[in-house]
Design a protein around this ligand. Structure first.
Ligand SMILES: Nc1nc2c(ncn2[C@@H]2O[C@H](COP(=O)(O)OP(=O)(O)OP(=O)(O)O)[C@@H](O)[C@H]2O)c(=O)[nH]1
Ligand SMILES: [Mg+2]
Length: 450
């Protein structure tokens, strides 16, 4: 029989309330016994509340002594988070009292849950598809309102639904093709061949569209890799501090202050920016500084966005930046409060970390550049993660191969083989077909009690 699991679902530490969960076939029996008075007193304790009704109940130890009084709710399966019988007890949020309740449930036969095991059961019992289960994790770790919105959209199952539509279309095409394998005397005529090609091309385009959103997904989860770049002393660390709102990096009038790169995430109009302050780039004999500058170049090559900072208080000089091909770029002319006249006719966004001048315009420009603020977040956006991406790439490659063999008029067996591979891969996104190993990998990243 499937084991019954239990865990503290609220964060560790002291709080107003804490939540302990039980899920599995024994959940109700365990909860009921936890309410019982000691056997020797031959008295029974309170009854369980009816499913989905709230009851004020006392959880007792083996001697019938009260551990805590709180709210008990039973969700009878399958109408529960996990699809099994679930018991939730909300008690006083102390560390010891919560731990004691957990121990009591374990004493009565529940087993401590693994990380993500509740959600894994929800998936196993068909309450969520895999993209939705992953969205639960995205929702918990969302750092901005936009990431939250994207997680909620995924939780509603949009990505899973799109993949399921693609899978259904491919399945239809495969069945069609396999019919010809079963009747080798019949050839695929031109009209049928063209119709099949059309179906595969349409689905291929849809997969490509999903893949195009992978960058957006990564950005929402991890933040836009924003590298603050420039010569020493132009005010890169000052900019980091201003955007963060506190003194994170050392600022000084001495050139070459920053050596290591410093990373912090800020929320800019709903967009998570992973700001990376770097060592100022110049010729240097100092070994440590050279190391720092090498790191700057490394960061630059992985950037999504480069904020190039230049110093308006110095006479104009050419930019030192070689912009990496696929990063967005914004030129910031800092120290506008002390601008040198030689800059008068130069392009760039004037800001001052000293006075705050130009900051709203800079935020506008960044949002505009990334087209990723709330206003630009389309109704049909999906945020593909790295795992979805790898399934989609596999599916799209196999589909291309299928198309190529179909167009070349090769044996239908060959095309069907590639189509099957494409089907399996796209099914993997929502977890239609998946191995234990992959599931374990996904759910182990959750927290205990989720
Ligand atoms: N007047 C004025 N001074 C500024 C402004 N921004 C930064 N500074 C000053 O410029 C100097 C250098 O600032 P930092 O932020 O340390 O410059 P950096 O680019 O990080 O320098 P390195 O770490 O050496 O590469 C400090 O003395 C700051 O106070 C500004 O907008 N106006
Ligand atoms: Mg610095």
């Amino acid at each position: 029989m499937l084991k019954t699991i239990t865990a503290i679902a609220s964060p560790a530490g002291t709080g107003a309330v804490s939540l302990i969960r039980i899920s599995g076939p024994e959940a109700k029996r365990i909860a009921s016994e936890a309410l019982s008075l000691a056997k020797e007193k031959s008295q029974t304790g309170a009854k369980l509340p009816a499913s989905r009704f709230v009851g004020l109940r006392k959880i007792r130890d083996a001697h019938g002594r009260v551990i805590d009084e709180g709210v008990l709710v039973i969700f009878e399966g399958p109408r529960s988070y996990t699809g099994e019988d679930v018991v939730e007890f909300t008690g006083h949020g102390g560390v010891v009292v919560t731990q004691k309740i957990l121990e009591r449930f374990i004493e009565l036969g529940a087993q401590p849950a693994e990380a993500g095991e509740f959600t894994q059961r929800a998936f196993m019992n068909g309450r969520l598809d895999l993209t939705q289960a992953e969205a639960v994790m995205d929702l918990i770790s969302a750092q901005t309102s936009l990431a939250l919105r994207s997680a909620n959209e995924q939780l509603e199952g949009r990505l899973g639904r799109i993949c399921e539509e693609i899978r259904a279309a491919l399945l239809g095409a495969t069945a069609h093709l396999e019919a010809y394998i079963d009747f080798p005397e019949e050839d695929i005529n031109a009209a049928v061949g063209a119709a099949l090609c059309q179906t595969l091309e349409t689905q291929e385009a849809r997969i490509r569209e999903l893949l195009a959103s992978a960058d957006q997904g990564r950005i929402l989860r991890e933040g836009v890799r924003t590298v603050i770049y420039g010569k020493p002393n132009v005010g890169k660390s000052s900019l980091l501090n201003c955007l963060l709102g506190y003194q994170r990096a050392i600022v000084s009038a001495r050139e070459g202050t920053t050596r290591d790169t410093i990373e912090e995430v800020v929320n800019l109009r709903g967009i998570p920016l992973r700001l990376i302050d770097t060592a100022g780039v110049r010729e240097s004999d100092d070994e440590i500084e050279q190391e720092g500058i090498a790191m700057t170049h490394g960061q630059l090559s992985r950037a999504d966005l480069v904020l190039e900072v230049r110093d308006l208080s110095e006479p104009y000089a050419e930019s030192i930046l070689e912009v990496p091909p696929d990063a967005k770029h914004l030129l910031l002319l800092n120290k506008a409060d002390r601008a040198h006249e030689s800059w008068a006719s130069q392009e760039g966004l004037k800001i001052s970390c000293e006075t705050g001048e130009g900051f709203p315009a800079m935020e506008d420009a960044i949002a505009q550049l990334l087209l990723l603020d709330e206003a630009h977040w389309g109704d049909h956006s999906v945020a593909v993660n790295a795992r979805h991406q790898s399934c989609l790439v596999k599916s799209s490659k196999a589909l291309e191969a299928a198309l190529a063999s179909l167009r070349a008029g090769e044996e239908p067996e060959l095309t069907a083989l590639d189509l099957r591979e494409s089907l399996t891969a796209i099914g993997g996104v929502a977890g239609v077909v998946d191995t234990e190993e992959i599931l374990g990998e996904i759910f182990s990243r959750f927290c205990i009690g989720k």
